[in-house]
Each structure stands twice: as C-alpha cells, then as structure tokens.
Design a protein around this ligand. Sequence first.
Ligand code: PLP
Length: 399
Amino acid sequence: MTHINPHYAELKDSFLFYETKQRATDFAAAHPERRMLSLGIGDVTLPLAPVVIEALHRAVEEQAHRETFQGYMPELGKDFMKRAAAANYARRGVTVDPDEVFVTYGIGDDLGSIGGLFSRENRVAVVEPAYPAYVDTNVMAGREIVPVAGTEENGFLPLPSQDLAAELVYLCSPNNPTGAAYSRAGLQQWVDWANARGAVLIFDAAYEAFITDPDVPHSIYELPGAKRCAIEMFSLSKGAGFTGTRLGYTVVPKALIREGRSLQSMWVRNRSTCTNGVSYILQRAGEAALTEEGIRQSRRSLAVYRRSAEILTAALDRCGIRYFGGQNAPYIWLRCPAGRDSWGFFDELMERCGIIGTPGVGFGACGEGWFRFSCFGTPEDVAEAAERLVSVYGQGSDK
Ligand code: PLP
C-alpha cells in the first residue's frame, strides 16, 4: 500500500471561496429579480496594457518562423526577463543581480515550492489575517504554524516580539486582505529580528504597484540587512493585470546563507530539477510590462481601481463603519457593523444590499468580525454598491 502524506488531513477545508460562492449562488437563485454586485473578487477586470499586447503578438509571430523560433527556456528565466526585473529594482535604488531573479508563472507556484528549501522542523510564523496559501502549504509540509495576530490595536501590522518562536516568517505588504502596509520603520523591525535570530522572511510583494504612501517600501530590499534574511516574491498579476496571463519572479539573494549554504544556489538546484522554464511568449510580455511605458500604461488601470477604493471608503465614512486599507492596496478591510460576525455580516449584506463580499474570518481567526471589500469590480457596480451601502447603513438609516 502506498502511504499518503498524512498532513493533508490537518488542512482546514478550503471553505472560504467555495462557501461564499455557494451562498451567493443560492441567494441569486432565490431572488432572480435582484441585481447582485460583487465586491468579493480578488481578480483584476481591466485588460493588459497595449505594449504588453504588442509584445505578445510579436513573440507569437517569432514562434512562427524557423529563424526566430524558441524552444525550451532556461529553467531560471531568460536573460532579458531577469534583466527587466533587476531594472525594476534599480528604479527604486535597489541593486539585485539578475542571477538572484527566478522567473516563474506566478508567485502562487513559488509559495507552494519555496518550502522545499527548509526542513520540516522550522516553525512558521504567519502574520494574519493572511492569504491562505502561506498556512496551507506549510501544513501540507508538516510544519508548525505560529499565527501572529493583526488586530485593530496594532493597525493589522503586528511587529515581532522578542519571544516569537519561529524560524520562517511570511509577510505580505501591502496586505491581502487588510490592505495595511508596513512603513519603513515597521518592516525594518522584522528584518532586524530575523537577522538577530538567523530566521528567514518570505516577503510577498504582490500588491507593490498599489503603494502611494512614500513611507511604504516597495521592496523589502530597500531596508538595510534585508538581503541577509529575506526572499521576495513579485507578481505581475495585480499590478499589470497578468492574473490570466501569468508571470512573476522570486528573488533569492546571494547573501542569504543558512547553515553554511547559499539559499540562492539551493534554489537554482531546486528550479533546474523541478521546473522546465516559463513560456518565451509570456516572458516577452513580462519584459514589456516592466518597461517605463508598460508601467505607465498599467497605471491607468490602477487609477480606476484606486478611484473605486475612494468611492467605497467615502461610503463607509458616511456609514460610520471603521475600516483599514484602500490606500496602498486594492482591498478595504472593514469592521462588521453592530458587532456581527463575519459570516453573519456576509448574509446580511447580501440580503439587505445585494452585495457579495468576503468574510474576514476566512483569512485567519483574528479576522473574525471583519470583512473584505475588493476594488476590482466595474466602476458602475462599485458606484451602485456605494449607494446601496449608504442607503442601508448611512446616517439616518436604521442600520
Ligand atoms: N500573494 C497574494 C497576497 C495574493 O493575493 C495572490 C493572488 O491573489 C498571490 C500571491 C498569487 O499571485 P500569482 O497570481 O502571482 O500566483
């Protein structure tokens, strides 16, 4: 008999997105007359930048001719894409060697595989509320999870305490789901804590493009000492609209050494064994997205999502509902009114406003009583959702 991985039995059911979809579908079936509005999706809705589309067309055409045809790509990424990533850092004054860049189909893949560098004995601190993959991939690997709770009191930006017992830490800033983003000083505390203990930080920069506050670092490598303790993951999914196109990269610095071994060399060994490279066509698209022009064009979509965040936060202000985020991230994290729990508010919001959101408790126990709005909906839906919120929960309404 084959023995299966026993740790799958320890996973919580992936309840959140399945259950929200199920409840929304049942409600819509029972109320066919109501137009439902979704503030639940964490997926972009606007098309790719024109320079990206041109790069895709050009690369497809190259694959049509013997002279320009490309076969397997290097496992770690094609040089032009690694250089584009390094240039993206250089714009922020950060030096990253192209050899430290590992091109990937999206960082969801790397979040799943980066654990291969570390033994099972490591305790994993997850700053929660958190993207569920941080916990689930480590539970699958049999590692102990140490939740670090984000709360209203710490602004959903917990700092490391001296007695935090963990060797690996997952940080996401700006954060999904809370939208909270560490300042330079806050993130530096995590870097110093990790260097003092020989811990490793996995820094998820998926929402970097949404940062507007000059005191929020775009990369953890902007902070002194970070190259000695942090792996950074960068995705084109949300900032450049690549959720369905797929591209990202992971940076493993050469200065990151543990137990006498270079994690960069180990990751080269891992990727060249476990992957076969990323599509040439998509790497050309990624290269185009990271040019000055690509970034400028993508900003037009980001401006639309930002405007949605402004409309929704203005509505929440009028309702007197407390919230975080919406400034450096496409997510707004709000306290469920009248002491409702997350699922109770999900049902209530659906029934009273015809709005679908995401219950905060699905992102960790400390998310109970909180709720996530995403700003990726169409501007028309967002405007209507804001109106409905104000008419039901605004001043003078019966709440
Ligand atoms: N990290 C966070 C915090 C996310 O929200 C997401 C996607 O929603 C991902 C990673 C996955 O990104 P990718 O599309 O690059 O796999």
